[in-house]
Each structure stands twice: as structure tokens, then as C-alpha cells.
Design a protein around this ligand. Structure first.
Ligand code: FNR
Length: 351
């Protein structure tokens, strides 16, 4: 669908307003309440020896926390990207930008994306395009921010609830394969809040992606975001449509964990959820909604810094308290899965 410049730019601003107004959905689980780590009372680990480093698509990350794709493409969001990039540099976080479509359509707003690379010249920066994007545009998106990685978001549910959204999803896997072959950087397939199944993970891996970001249910829900933009009411079940993040992570890791890196995202809010995700095999963990809500408050930079600092301190403590010096150690530790998630995995033949 061809969209005017104004529609694209306005949408980027409205997404931020919607996420601020809606907050996280209440009573919708990301699934990690069913997952437990086993505490270690005699850790034999020194705090100073603990490392939070990880590796994604062969690239070393100083922290497993990734600022996930949000914005770019309108003057009003420039400051958000500038402040997020400053936090990314300060804490050594990888940072994904919002969909490049607005920036590619209107060169006068390209500066709202480029600011991230300017502030964080040596950081790991991730470009983002939508499902069905062809190779030429994907390459331009990578060039726009001199990206190290490229996300391709699969967001069929969001499109269906967007008045101006796509209604024909044919050809997106073929386009993904072309992009994976020719983008020049490793490609990540990602959802935006409905999660990815084992079956789809195989289709994405077969298309040649190097990583999958599960983008599961339990946090920002773009069905609700798009309904908010239209002032529309949605049936309650739409708040629960999708695979909760922990279930999606287990599905994708079981199906293709040996072939591609897995990123956990969708409603991850605490150091404990990050540690559980890493123990289940994630290589990194994406967070989006809370970061934009914090950074747009009056003393937003301070609040954002404190949030990330607390996550890092919590993660170090959890590594010590499970007897680990790093995330490779943690992956070798027992993880207990109970409740509906255990039943789900059994029913799906994944446990
Ligand atoms: C997003 N997200 C997103 N994803 C994407 O692939 N391209 C995009 O342009 C955007 N835009 C966007 C704007 C805003 C304001 C938010 C909060 C989010 C989705 C995001 O990357 C992530 O997948 C979901 O938000 C789920 O993670 P959280 O928010 O529950 O941590």
C-alpha cells in the first residue's frame, strides 16, 4: 500500500502516544511466571568476575539487553532516539531503530535515525524494515544508519488493525530470503507482540535469517495500539491473541536454536525475566515500551539510566545466586518449567 509522507510520520508519533497512554496490558502474562531458576547457596563466584557479555550473530554485546525497535521518521521523535542512543552508549546496549520506511520515503527526516549512529559510532546498531520489503530498500535501511544487523518485522496482526495497514501478506517469505541473501549484514526476523511458533521459526530459518526475535505476547500489544489510534473498541480476547513470550522462546529455541540465535522480547520488564530468558537459551533480550515511557518523562534520561542500571545490577546478582560467572554458565544450569507452560510444551511435543 502506498502511503503519504504525512500518514507515515503521524503514525510514528501516534505509536509513542498510544504506548504512553495504554501502558502495559493488565493481567496478560508473558509466561515467565511458569519458569524458575534453581538458587545456589554456595556460589564460588566473585561479583567482580561476573560478565554480562553475550554474542548475537557473531557480534559481541556487552549486555544482553537490546533497546528494541521503536521510532524514527518524524521531527517529534528525534529527541527520543537521541536519548535512547545516549543510554545505549553509556551501558553498552545494542539498539534497534524503528521502521526505516518513513526515513526512506522522506529524506528530510533521515536525521532522526542517523542521530543514533552519530551518538554511538562504535555501538551495535540495528536497522528495521517491514515484512515484504525488497532487497533494495532493505539495503538503503542498512545504509541509513550504517547498521550492523537488520530486523525484518512480521506484524500481520498489527497491519489488520491499522486502518491504512496491509491486507495482503503473500510473498513476504520470498522477500525475506532475498534480503537475507543480499543485505550484507545478518538478518533478524521479528514479531511485534504476538510471538513466533516453532513452525514459523523453521520457515524463517529456511529463509536464511541468522536470528529470530520472538516478540511475544505479554507486553506492548500492537492490536491494542492500533485500536487506540482509531478510537476503536476491541473484543477482550484480542488482548490475549498470540504466543506468550516464554512459550514462543521455548518453541523457537526447540525448533531452530541450533541453527539461529534467539532473542526474547515482549513484556520483559525485570532482571529475573531477562535471566530466565537467557537460561532458556536466548542470546539477547529486547525491551521497548517501558524505555520510551521513561525517556519521555520530564527527568526521563535519569529514569532511563536508573532502570537499565537496576537491570544490570539485578542480572549480576542473579548470575552469582545461580552460581554462574556468565550466561554460558547459566545455560548449563537447570530450569524448571511448571503450570500451563509445561502443559503447552508437552501438548506441542516440545518437552
Ligand atoms: C514498537 N515496535 C516496533 N517494532 C518494529 O519492528 N518496528 C517498529 O517500527 C516498531 N515501532 C514501535 C514503536 C513503539 C513506540 C513501541 C513501544 C514499539 C515493537 C517493539 O520493537 C517490540 O517488539 C514490542 O514493543 C514488544 O516489546 P515490549 O514493548 O513489550 O518490550
Amino acid at each position: 500500500m502506498t502511503l503519504t509522507r504525512d500518514v507515515r510520520q503521524r503514525r510514528k508519533v501516534e505509536h509513542v502516544h498510544a504506548v504512553q497512554a495504554l501502558g502495559d496490558p493488565t493481567g496478560v502474562s508473558n509466561g515467565f511466571e511458569c519458569v524458575s531458576l534453581v538458587p545456589c547457596s554456595a556460589p564460588e563466584v566473585a561479583w567482580d568476575d561476573v560478565s554480562l557479555a553475550t554474542e548475537l550473530c557473531g557480534i559481541r554485546l556487552e549486555s544482553p539487553i537490546l533497546i528494541n525497535a521503536m521510532t524514527g521518521g518524524a521531527d517529534e521523535v528525534y529527541d527520543i532516539n537521541r536519548k535512547l542512543a545516549q543510554a545505549a552508549r553509556r551501558f553498552g546496549l545494542a539498539m534497534a531503530l524503528g521502521s526505516a520506511s518513513a526515513g526512506l520515503a522522506s529524506p528530510e527526516v533521515a536525521y532522526t535515525y542517523r542521530v543514533v549512529r552519530e551518538i554511538h559510532p562504535d555501538g551495535v546498531v540495528i536497522a528495521n524494515v517491514g515484512m515484504g520489503t525488497g532487497l533494495e530498500r532493505a539495503r538503503k535501511a542498512v545504509e541509513l544508519v550504517r547498521a550492523d544487523l537488520l530486523q525484518v518485522h512480521f506484524n500481520a496482526a498489527q497491519e489488520l488493525f491499522m486502518a491504512e495497514g496491509d491486507r495482503d501478506f503473500r510473498g513476504a517469505l520470498e522477500a525475506l530470503a532475498e534480503v537475507a541473501r543480499g543485505a550484507g549484514v545478518p538478518v533478524i526476523a521479528k514479531e511485534v507482540g504476538q510471538g513466533i511458533s516453532a513452525e514459523d521459526a523453521v520457515r524463517f530459518a529456511d529463509a536464511g535469517v541468522r536470528a529470530i526475535d520472538v516478540g511475544g505476547l505479554g507486553g506492548t500489544n500492537f492490536i491494542a495500539v492500533e485500536a487506540w489510534r482509531r478510537g476503536a473498541e476491541i473484543d477482550e480476547f484480542w488482548n490475549r491473541w498470540g504466543l506468550p513470550t516464554a512459550a514462543s522462546l521455548c518453541e523457537v529455541a526447540a525448533a531452530v536454536g541450533g541453527r539461529v540465535d534467539v532473542i526474547a522480547s515482549g513484556g520483559i520488564r525485570t532482571a529475573l525475566d531477562v535471566a530466565k530468558a537467557m537460561a532458556l537459551g536466548a542470546k539477547a533480550v529486547g525491551i521497548a515500551g517501558p524505555l520510551v515511557r521513561l525517556v519521555t518523562q520530564p527527568n526521563g534520561e535519569e529514569q532511563l539510566n536508573r532502570f537499565i542500571e537496576d537491570l544490570h545490577v539485578g542480572l549480576r546478582a542473579l548470575l552469582v545466586l545461580t552460581g554462574c560467572r556468565n550466561f554460558s554458565d547459566l545455560r548449563g544450569k537447570p530450569v524448571v518449567i511448571l503450570g500451563w507452560l509445561r502443559e503447552w510444551l508437552e501438548a506441542r511435543g516440545l518437552k
